[in-house]
Write a protein that binds this ligand. Structure first.
Ligand code: CDP
Length: 221
């Protein structure tokens, strides 16, 4: 692990805006960006495609270990298939939160995530970036937003991508995913003790990014 490279860890629940905020931060700082959720989504997608039982730790773990995604020009390929949009489907997100409960899957994805730590720096978004993957991250942020604003945001995100969605079902699925993510035994989605808490319910994306940037600058970075 390249521990002398700075990491900003952005964790938080489903649809809290982590992805948008983390990628903008990375852009503004000229840092690399790790979307760790995409790895869990890729694993879930591969399990669904090959009929692997999402509760079978051994088979899901083996799927995660043999995952060989190719990231090219903003697109993601798996086994030669462009899965960029497919892995963003809600069904894949729900499946991802199931395989993410399995310690063998989490262990298999640890090395890939740590390998993303490259100069000049990394902004990493997920659930356990600050607690497990990069416990020495220089800045740790736990991004939240009210359940209703998260459901609204996810609804808009899916509709904008041309994916059909229903707000009532989304709100219910979000609550179930929150519950699974928060209560799992391994790497639950809870703030690290030294994380800065940020509720973005009443903030725009730009205001949220500016808040994190101000914390980063205050660290003298
Ligand atoms: O987009 P959304 O925030 O809903 O999810 P995501 O970040 O793409 O992650 C999909 C699922 O993977 C989450 O519901 C988590 O259960 C799991 N995940 C995780 O357990 N640990 C991470 N570091 C990232 C994602």
């Amino acid at each position: 692990m390249t521990v002398d490279v700075d990491v900003i860890a952005i964790d938080g629940p489903t649809a809290s805006g982590k992805g948008t905020v983390a990628s903008l931060l990375a852009q503004q700082l000229g840092f690399h960006y790790l979307d760790s959720g995409a790895l869990y989504r890729l694993c879930a997608y591969a399990c669904l495609k090959h009929g692997v039982d999402l509760a079978d730790e051994k088979d899901c773990g083996a799927t995660a270990s043999s995952l060989a995604p190719v990231f090219k020009e903003g697109r993601i390929f798996l086994e030669g298939e462009d899965v960029t949009e497919a892995i963003r489907q809600e069904a894949v997100g729900i499946a991802a939160s199931k395989v993410a409960m399995l310690p063998a899957v989490r262990a298999a994805l640890l090395g890939v995530q740590r390998a993303a730590r490259k100069a000049p720096g990394l902004v990493a978004d997920g659930r356990d970036m600050a607690s497990v993957v990069f416990p020495d991250a220089k800045l740790k942020v736990f991004l939240t937003a009210s359940a209703s604003s998260r459901a609204q945001r996810r609804y808009k995100q899916l509709i904008d991508k041309g994916i059909s969605a229903n707000l009532r079902d989304l709100t219910r699925d979000l609550a179930q995913r929150d519950e699974r993510d928060r209560k799992r035994a391994e790497a639950p989605c809870i703030p690290a003790p030294d994380a800065h808490m940020l509720d973005s319910s009443g903030l725009t994306v730009d205001e949220t990014v500016a808040t994190v940037l101000a914390w980063w600058k205050r660290l003298g970075a």
